[in-house]
Design a protein around this ligand. Structure first.
Ligand code: SF4
Ligand code: SF4
Ligand code: FES
Length: 317
């Protein structure tokens, strides 16, 4: 079969370096992975093509690239699962990271963020005679997140990182969960306090991209949501995100509906006068457009039924 690949190229050493695409045509076999096709190009057509790979078995995490616009491990991606004869397959470097050359991205900020969450066990209390023990059950639970191979696919597609490079991001937050949820670690509360700061757990917009592209089913977004719950249960509530959650739930409990005026005021913080003043022009504009709801709650007729749903969601019935 003849395949056509459109491959992202970038050479920083030229006088005016700009990324561009180069097309290659090559004979492929039906058992080829996308990585097999790229290696064939490099070995038989164009030795200048740079790419990163090692294990070729979805273990090392080094071959993340965008295939038709979505991050994937190219060694795990069968060519015929993303390409059909007659089509052109597009392969680019991953997103949200600087490109070093061609298909190779710079993981410096990725590793800086992993280091930022203190990615090592911090037990407290008396040292055991032999070793720190964890139940089988807790280790089975942690195995899901320990499957992470640090490939960066989730970071590549994170919609928050696209607009805010300071966000800690899905991979480092999943790694943080690995220690927060480990019964042998004694610093869960301190970790949650740190992660509660701006750029941490409350900056995720729950877009699900990290969940969809993760090749190891780590579910970074799910781990972030659990850490939000754990932070709130531990009384770590100093951010707009946690106040927003509290205000939202309380509003629905009170009236069965959302009171957006109170939600805004309570999320910013009632005592945060500069923050409230900064929002005032938005409030005036909304008022003039007739969009600002009244400060008092307007209960809906089926408030009781909504209350039952809230109780169920809270596990109270
Ligand atoms: S769910 Fe959150 S962490 Fe995951 S990609 Fe979206 S914004 Fe990023
Ligand atoms: S969470 Fe998944 S996508 Fe993100 S780095 Fe780990 S294995 Fe890769
Ligand atoms: S080459 Fe190791 S994960 Fe793809």
């Amino acid at each position: 079969m003849l395949a056509k690949l459109r491959v992202g190229r970038f050479d920083p050493e030229t006088s005016s370096p700009e990324p561009y695409f180069q097309e290659y045509e090559l004979e492929v076999e039906d058992w080829f992975s996308v990585l097999d096709a790229l290696i064939k190009i490099r070995e038989e057509i164009d030795g200048t093509l740079s790419l990163r790979c090692a294990c070729r078995a979805s273990i090392c995490g080094s071959c993340g690239m965008r295939v038709n616009g979505r991050a994937k491990l190219v060694c795990k991606t069968k060519l015929d699962s993303v390409w059909s004869p007659g089509e052109t397959l597009t392969i680019e470097p991953m997103g949200n990271m600087p490109v070093i050359t061609d298909l190779i991205t710079d993981f410096t900020s990725f590793w800086d963020k992993v280091r930022q969450i203190d990615p090592y066990m911090q037990p407290t209390g008396p040292e055991p005679e032999a070793e720190y023990l964890a139940s089988d059950e807790s280790m089975v639970h942690l195995a899901g997140v320990m499957n992470c191979i640090m490939c960066g696919c989730c970071v590549s597609e994170c919609t928050v990182l696209e607009v805010d490079e300071n966000f800690i991001g899905p991979a480092a937050l999943a790694k943080a969960y690995r220690f927060v949820a480990d019964p042998r670690d004694g610093k869960a509360e301190e970790r949650l306090k740190d992660l509660n700061e701006p750029t941490g757990i409350w900056d995720c917009t729950r877009c699900m991209q990290c969940v969809e592209v993760c090749p190891k089913d780590v579910d970074p977004m799910g781990r972030i949501m659990v850490m939000r719950d754990l932070a709130m249960e531990a009384g770590v509530k100093s951010t707009a995100g946690s106040r927003h959650t509290d205000s939202f739930v309380n509003s629905v409990k009170r009236s069965g509906r959302l009171n957006e005026t109170r939600l805004t005021i309570e999320s910013i913080g009632v005592m945060n006068i500069p923050g409230q003043l900064a929002m005032a022009p938005v409030g005036v504009k909304a008022l003039l457009k007739g969009k600002l709801p009244p400060v008092r709650d307007h209960k809906i007729p089926s408030k009781k039924a909504v209350g039952e749903i809230v109780k169920k969601a809270e596990g109270k019935n």
